[in-house]
Design a protein around this ligand. Structure first.
Ligand code: CMX
Ligand code: CO
Length: 149
């Protein structure tokens, strides 16, 4: 069902300063940056490695764009740090349906827009051992067979 860790989401207060830390300390460059108003974040993707399923693995740095957003609430409660883990799949709706059928709360009725034109959905952290879990279908991955569009 899952083919990679798509990304680890990291909550931060200052996206540019945090990206600069990852560049100077670890040598990671920002591969992509965008604002997702629906999720209330400005986000930067730092590519760690490519995988053979049409996707890749990233660190996702997240800065809140509004105070009522999930990342702003998380920062107020916990401070900066790991916010979520995201698994890559070729069929996000199918994976969410299967996992939902096992009693895990799926937070989105339909997959939503994610970074780099991916499709995403979230699973409730209280049903996942305290870990907010995201499912990601990378752009180009097709439902079911993992092929390229
Ligand atoms: N990891 C682990 N636990 C978390 C969490 C996280 N990231 N966020 C919240 N929780 C916990 C809280 O600590 C709290 O626990 P307690 O009841 O024990 O105190 C509980 O979940 C409820 O948290 P809350 O602060 O009251 O927040 P809400 O219930 O309003 O929302 C959640 C929680 C998970 C439903 C919401 O954050 C959500 O819908 N998240 C998915 C969307 C998202 O995070 N988007 C940003 C990332 C975008 C991207 O990756 O592209
Ligand atoms: Co994410």
């Amino acid at each position: 069902m899952f083919t990679r860790i798509d990304h680890v989401g990291i909550a931060c207060r200052d996206l540019d300063a945090t990206a600069e830390f990852y560049r100077t300390a670890f040598g990671f460059e920002v591969a992509h940056e965008e604002v997702n108003e629906e999720q209330g974040v400005r986000e930067a993707m730092l590519r760690v490695n490519g995988t053979d399923d049409g996707g890749a693995s990233y660190l996702q740095l997240l800065e809140p764009t509004r105070e009522d957003s999930p990342v702003a609430k998380f920062l107020a409660k916990n401070g900066e740090g790991v916010h979520h883990v995201a698994f890559g799949t070729s069929d996000v709706a199918g994976a969410a349906g299967a996992i939902g059928g096992r009693g895990v709360r799926v937070l989105d009725a339909e997959p939503r827009h994610g970074t780099m034109d991916s499709l995403i959905t979230f699973l409730h952290p209280k049903d996942c051992g305290g870990v907010l879990t995201e499912l990601v279908q990378a752009r180009g991955a097709t439902g079911g067979d993992g092929g390229e569009r």
